[in-house]
Design a protein around this ligand. Structure first.
Ligand SMILES: [Zn+2]
Length: 398
């Protein structure tokens, strides 16, 4: 389905007008609720942010019955809503096929007003379609169409493949973003698996480096749909807001043309954020990793009041893991944003924290050999290593 941009938006050149959104939020951490029936986490995330003051990020959802739940959540916490058009549709040719969700009848500003009124959201992402790789004209059309709007809650969403952050494409990407005077921008970087951890390590490092350059050019930009490692790196390099999902699909978003994979869910359990090692593995995996340790030495989460390898394949435990990921992610982000120092010192602290977690992998072994360290963690440590060293798959410097 291709919905038309209202005629009122076409041909308007807003590049000389101030169009930056003035959205003020209670926290720099957004937590993404999944509204898919198979991993529905809206009540869980909504309850958590109401107590913590972090920001709820939710899809509008296709079913009307989600709106009352969103309104309730929006009234008790800061909330950002996303129409999610980018999950299914890609931009077409020209300015008439870059945004959607009923905009044939109302213009974008009126649409945003209506969404805010019905959900009590603090911010609304433009209902952007996914920008196919290399289609720069579509990107410009999206920026032009959305930069034109002035509703204070509206934020331009750019959903695009993470590959665009790699060296040979990055300059073109940044130039195109600069060509249209930016309003508040939010990005979703998509990929087949983990967008910031492609199969090759050089590619992973290049994407992280690219994101840092983008944030240097557009400080205050929002980066949505990332894991705690990329979220904290983005905050240290100038992001205004990051949004992390407690479940795999929300922190590793895929576009309409990606072949999404859910990672290795041992015993069908989702990834559990282990902040000491900065890993997000299934508790069944930790059971293998810690099988050589006496039970009282296996890591324990005080807030969950449970050992990290003690979760069973039940729906209740799946929900407990999502709940854990919320407080563990917030804990890690707060370790960073709560620090006194800024800039270079803050980034140096984060590098040290990550290297310490990586070193924590070495010497741990399972029945079948040493454990594998997360590729994004390795890429981050390698990127900031003053000696330019590499790491092996087990997290040791080589
Ligand atoms: Zn916990």
């Amino acid at each position: 389905m291709v919905l038309q941009v209202p005629a009122v938006l076409k041909g308007r050149d807003m590049t000389d007008r101030e169009s930056r959104s003035g959205v003020k939020l209670s926290s720099q951490l957004g937590l993404i609720a999944c509204t898919h029936p198979q991993a529905y986490t809206l009540p869980l995330v909504s309850d958590y942010v109401a107590d913590s003051s972090d920001v709820l990020v939710s899809r509008l959802g296709s079913a009307n019955d989600i709106v009352p739940h969103l309104r309730e959540a929006g009234e008790r916490s800061n909330m950002i809503v996303d129409a999610g058009c980018w999950k299914k549709s890609i931009t077409g040719q020209g300015a008439s096929a870059v945004i959607g969700d009923g905009l044939d009848a109302l213009n974008l500003e009126q649409w945003a007003k209506q969404v805010v009124k019905s959900t009590a959201a603090r911010a609304v992402l433009t209902p952007s379609y996914h920008v196919p790789f290399g289609e720069w004209d579509s990107l410009e059309a999206l920026l032009r169409a959305t930069a034109a709007e002035h509703h204070p809650s509206l934020v331009t969403l750019v959903p695009i493949g993470a590959k665009v952050l790699e060296g040979q494409y990055l300059d073109q990407f940044l130039d195109r973003l600069s060509a249209t005077r930016p309003r508040q921008m939010a990005f979703v970087f998509t990929g087949n698996k983990k967008p910031f951890s492609p199969d090759s390590m050089p590619g992973g490092r290049a994407r992280i480096r690219g994101l840092r350059r983008l944030l240097a050019r557009f400080p205050g930009t929002w980066v949505l749909g990332v894991d705690p490692l990329i979220a904290t790196d983005a905050l240290a390099y100038g992001a205004g807001l990051v949004a992390v999902g407690p479940n795999y699909g929300e922190r590793n978003p895929s576009g309409p043309d990606d072949r999404s994979s859910g990672g290795r869910a041992v015993k069908g359990l989702p990834g559990f954020f282990l902040s000491s090692l900065l890993e997000l593995r299934s508790p069944g995996m930790y059971e293998e990793w810690f099988s050589n340790l006496p039970p009282d030495e296996v890591e324990f989460c005080e807030e969950c009041d449970r050992h990290v390898d003690s979760f069973d394949s039940t729906e209740e435990d799946r929900q407990r893991i999502f709940e854990h990921n919320l407080h563990a992610t917030a804990g890690f982000v707060n370790e960073l944003v709560g620090r006194q120092e800024r800039g270079r010192e803050r980034r140096a602290w984060l590098d040290k924290r990550r290297c310490h977690a990586l070193e924590g992998h070495t010497g741990r072994g399972t029945m079948v050999g040493p454990i594998q360290a997360d590729q994004t963690l390795r890429a981050l440590c390698e990127l900031d290593d003053p000696w330019g060293r590499s790491t092996n798959t087990h997290g040791a410097w080589i």
